[in-house]
Structure formats: structure tokens, C-alpha cells
Design a protein around this ligand. Structure first.
Ligand code: SAJ
Length: 416
């Protein structure tokens, strides 16, 4: 039997590789020709620990290949991005395009699984799109358990940076449109899953994914709000949280420069846009977290102002070094990264040099054309102001004696 994964990004490629590593024939499909060529050479176009080896072996042994066009398969997994549009409404264009691309090759007996984070009702919507394009087949919304095609929503919940472990170990929520859909989807994931398949319906599974990420967002917002309060009250927020967390029922997360990535900063909006009246706390948490980068910029500006007064130099003579661009530690993923946004705004406004240290990339993105990418030692030597944005392991390892600068804005509390 053949498994086809549509969308070979941070989720699709590891999933395709996991099936292929269990000796299943997997065809990965992506509209990005560069990704397809790279994978067919046995290489990867993203950074994720261990993924390169698994893909290399799967391609060499002939279990995994990539294609730009969908082919006939027994099971399809759709793992394409679902960003949001203006006013934070989910943008389902990629899911729709992926669904429509498999419709012509869909055969009787196929299983279609949506993995992309999606608003409640998306799986039913996908089934309707398919039914409209394939009147010759029956679907669960019409034929229930007797449908020619089975459909389920099965969200991923892997943590970037630990995908290859979490993909296999985490429990998986399986939301079939019918009990047969759930049974078939569970059997499919059990090919590589060591965690448990927990069965529910499609709508609950859709909401479950959104709930998990909203829970985390609300909790990070709590920590970020504390960091603003503590700055006003002259209290070290990291010490405060350490102390409060000694309580057996308190477990506060860590404040930072804001919330990034393509999940936590996005998914809560799907709940808010569908339930604007009810989702008040979830919306406020998003606003608190989205405000944090702007607060950090204000801190940098205030620090520069102090530095000007004390040093008697001009702003154009001062160098600011930003440590970290990624959306979280020890990865290369810059998507929706608050550190990127902060660095871009600093570089736009600062008349002197802006240095960037990001050990996980080799070239600065175009939006940071005015900055210079450099190494830690160089930045420590030349910068007047240090801005700590991402607690990458090498940054945490910098000895306090090595930091001679008096002017430090530390959003992660690692150089305190
Ligand atoms: N962050 C903080 N403070 C913290 C924890 C995180 O500021 O205490 C920030 C990070 O720096 C980052 C953002 O939050 O900017 C998100 O990072 P994360 O590690 O919380 O989550 P992601 O986006 O890498 O992955 C999340 C995970 N969801 C949950 O933990 C509930 C992952 O399991 C999901 O699979 C993933 O979203 C996804 O794809 O939806």
C-alpha cells in the first residue's frame, strides 16, 4: 500500500520519513520544486535534528520519493500551512488547493487525513470539496461508515527541535468523520506510533489542537505580563517565577521577547475569529504576547539613551548587537520570530551599526539587509549594547566575565 504526504514542510517531511523508515512506500508531494529535488537527492531543506539521516536512508532504500504532482495512493495525509489573513481569519487556501489536487487521483477505498491546524468544521469542509469534485465516489457525510472514501482529522503536536522523537512517542488525537474512519486512521499511525491513538470526532479533534496551543499561549502571556509588572516594580521576574514555582500547584512559564513560531502565535486566533464573543481571555493573551516585542524595543531605546548620556558619544558611533533571531532556542526557524521583528526594528531606527549573532544560519534574511551577521566573540568585542533575544545554548554558556558591556537588555534572563 502507498502513503502520500501532501506538503513536505516541518511536519509533512518528518511524517513521510517516519512511515518510510517502517518500510512503507511513501510519496511526498510538494509544490516547491527545490524541496522535491532536495529530498529526491536524499537531502533535506529544513533543519530538524535526526531528520537528515532518516530521510537519506529512506530515499536510498527506495521507500521515500518526492513529486510535484499527486499520484494514486491508499492514504493521503495533508500537512500544508494554514496561516491567517487580515483580521486573523484562517487562510484555508493551501488546504483547499491540496484537497483539490488529490481529488482527480482519489480512488475508492482511500483514506484522507487532514493534519494541518484548522478551524472547527474544516474536515467537513474538506469532505465537501472532495465530494463536489468526485460525484462518482461516496463520502462519509453522505454514506457514513459505508463511504468509498474515509476522512479524518488527526493533528500533529510535535515540538520543533524534537520532532523525530515526539512524532513517535506522543499520543495522537484521531478525529474520524465516522468510527470506520477513526479505526483506519489509527491503524495507519500505529505503523510508527509508540504513543496511543485516542479516538474522538473530527470537530473535537480540530478544537483539541487549537486548545493545546491556546493553553500555552495564555500561560506564556501570564509570564510576559509578570515581566512588565516586575520591570515597573524593580523585581527580577526570573527569580520571582522560580520562587513562585516552589508552590506545589504553581507552574509559571518563562517570559521572553514575545511568542513566535507558526503555531502558538497563530492558532488561538482561529478560536477567536470563530468565537469573538466568548474567547476574551484567549484574545487578550494574544495581545499581551504580541505587545512584548514593542516593549523590548522601548527598553532598547531607553538603554541607548542612557548610554549616550553616559558615554558622550553619538548614536551613529554606537554598535548594538542582537543575540538570536530564531523563534526559540536551538533551531534555525525564523518564521514569526519576535527576535527577528525586534532586530529589524532596531536596525531601522538605529543610526549606528547593528550586529546580529545567530549561530544557526549562514546568511541574513533580506529584511535584515542593514545588519551584519557575526560571531559571538566579535559581537562581544565590538558592541556597546547587547540585546539578548534567544537563549540558544552557546549564548547561555557565555561566561559572565566575558560580558564587559554595562548596557544589556536581556529578554531571557540568562545573563543576569
Ligand atoms: N515561549 C516563551 N516562554 C515559554 C515557552 C515558550 O516565551 O515558557 C515562546 C518560545 O520562545 C516561542 C513560542 O513561545 O517563541 C512558542 O514556542 P513553544 O516551544 O511553546 O512551541 P512551538 O511553537 O515550538 O510548538 C508548539 C507546541 N505546542 C504546545 O506545546 C502546546 C507543539 O507541541 C505543537 O505541535 C506546535 O506548537 C504546533 O505545531 O502546533
Amino acid at each position: 500500500s502507498t502513503i502520500s504526504v501532501i506538503g513536505l514542510g516541518y511536519i509533512g517531511l518528518p511524517t513521510a520519513a517516519a512511515f518510510a523508515s517502517r518500510q512503507k512506500q511513501v510519496i511526498g508531494v510538494d509544490i516547491n520544486a527545490h524541496a522535491v529535488d532536495t529530498i529526491n537527492r536524499g537531502e533535506i531543506h529544513i533543519v530538524e535534528p535526526e531528520l537528515d539521516l532518516v530521510v537519506k536512508q529512506a530515499v536510498q532504500e527506495g521507500y521515500l520519493r518526492a513529486s510535484e504532482v499527486p499520484v494514486e495512493a491508499d492514504a493521503y495525509l495533508i500537512a500544508v500551512p494554514t496561516p491567517f489573513q487580515d483580521a486573523h481569519a484562517p487562510d484555508m487556501r493551501f488546504v483547499r488547493a491540496a484537497t483539490e489536487s488529490i481529488a482527480p487521483v482519489l480512488k475508492k477505498g482511500a483514506l484522507v487525513i487532514l493534519e494541518s491546524t484548522s478551524p472547527v468544521g474544516s474536515t467537513e469542509q474538506m469532505a465537501q470539496w472532495l465530494a463536489a469534485l468526485r460525484p462518482d465516489l461516496t463520502f462519509p457525510q453522505q454514506a457514513g461508515d459505508k463511504a468509498d472514501v474515509n476522512i479524518a482529522y488527526c493533528p500533529e503536536r510535535v515540538l520543533p527541535g524534537q520532532v523525530m522523537v515526539e512524532l513517535i512517542k506522543n499520543d495522537r488525537v484521531i478525529g474520524g468523520m465516522t468510527p470506520t474512519c477513526s479505526t483506519r486512521a489509527s491503524a495507519l499511525y500505529n505503523i510508527f506510533l509508540e504513543g496511543e491513538c485516542v479516538v474522538t470526532n473530527a470537530r473535537t479533534a480540530e478544537m483539541c489542537k487549537l486548545t493545546e496551543n491556546s493553553f500555552r499561549d495564555v500561560n506564556i502571556a501570564f509570564a510576559n505580563e509578570l515581566s512588565l509588572i516586575c520591570a515597573e516594580q524593580d523585581i527580577n521576574v526570573w527569580e520571582l517565577i522560580r520562587l513562585a514555582n516552589r508552590h506545589p500547584r504553581v507552574n509559571i512559564l518563562q517570559p521572553g521577547p514575545g511568542v513566535g513560531g507558526h503555531c502558538i502565535a497563530v492558532d488561538p486566533w482561529f478560536i477567536v475569529s470563530q468565537n469573538p464573543q466568548q474567547a476574551r481571555l484567549i484574545r487578550t493573551a494574544r495581545e499581551v504576547n504580541d505587545y512584548k516585542p514593542h516593549w523590548v524595543i522601548e527598553r532598547v531605546k531607553a538603554t541607548l539613551a542612557d548610554c549616550l548620556v553616559e558615554s558622550g558619544r553619538k548614536a551613529s558611533e554606537l554598535t548594538i548587537a542582537c543575540f538570536g533571531l530564531a523563534f526559540k532556542p536551538n533551531i534555525d526557524d525564523l518564521r514569526e520570530s519576535p527576535a527577528m521583528e525586534i532586530t529589524r526594528l532596531i536596525a531601522e531606527w538605529h543610526s549606528g551599526t547593528t550586529l546580529v549573532v545567530e549561530p544557526n544560519i549562514h546568511q541574513l534574511p533580506a529584511s535584515l539587509a542593514h545588519c551584519q551577521l557575526t560571531e559571538t566573540q566579535d559581537a562581544l568585542k565590538h558592541a556597546d549594547i547587547l540585546v539578548m533575544l534567544v537563549d540558544h545554548a552557546p549564548f547561555c554558556a557565555i561566561a559572565p566575565e566575558a560580558i564587559k558591556q554595562r548596557w544589556v537588555v536581556d529578554t531571557k534572563g540568562v545573563w543576569r
